[in-house]
Design a protein around this ligand. Sequence first.
Ligand code: ADP
Ligand code: MG
Length: 304
Amino acid sequence: MLLVKNISFSYSKTPILKDLDFRIEKGKNLAVIGESGSGKSTLLRVIYGEYDLNNGQVFWKNTEILGPKYNLVIGYDFMKYVTQEFDLMPFITVEENIGKHLSRFFPEEKQKRTDELIKVVELEAFAKTKVKNLSGGQKQRVALARALAKQPEILLLDEPFSHIDNFKKQSLRRSVFKYLKDNKITCLVATHDKNDVLGFSDEMIVIHENKIIAKDTPQNLYKNPKLPLIASFFGEFNVIEPFGIVYAHQLKIVDNSNLKAVVKQSYFNGNSWLIEADFNSKSIFIKHHSQLTKEKSINLVIDN
Ligand code: ADP
Ligand code: MG
């Protein structure tokens, strides 16, 4: 279990993290979400032991994670951290990077393990390619595989799929998160992409203004977002008094109702359209199956 006990941290005078307190049970996936600059990467770095805390403690099982004041070498064998920058060795191949820290005294096992991980990150075609010749997204996948090579007990992932294009993203997410679950690897993933969370994370925490403002399952936070910031993570929404937060897909167009609006614009969204409409001189957004003409009067109901 990872135990984060009341930690506070600042790089200089400005506080970045204030009294963060949470735990992750073994094998669970916890997502950390928050706006850019909210301190997600900082949180991962202090958990990794890259900085000394101002206050609080971090434990993995019975081991206290200590910062550079106490450790000559940063990091612990049981924990791996995949940064947003990935730092790989550019002049050696993908498989050499992944196998770099595996023992060369067991060449068959080393090859088997490397091949297995190359498959997890779907880089079979690039095994013998030098890393310097890869795209950003391919490098990110090598960094992931390298972090898994020595079977860490806990993995910290910082926006792990941010450089990967949409053609690959979904299948890669499934493959990596399934591998972590199958191997009971505890995972903390910092992200601003709901697709990294829905369907994969057991719980999520939301960081805002240096603090944890919500912690729950993705399902519960989605159903009951409480704050506009949380709703905005999941999708298009409106604040309609006295009902509160209403997602665009919860608004239905009907023949008659007392919520009346006028269509301003329709945006194509793939399997649906997003309709922008004027409602009491304010824009609201409605998910609808077809395009609507400008100036059309519509009646709405809220469908939970
Ligand atoms: P996120 O990952 O959520 O985008 P970060 O943890 O990277 O947020 O940054 C949180 C805050 O800390 C930002 O205001 C950022 O400018 C600041 N910050 C990040 N890294 C450093 C650093 N090495 N030194 C000083 N300030 C930093
Ligand atoms: Mg970050």
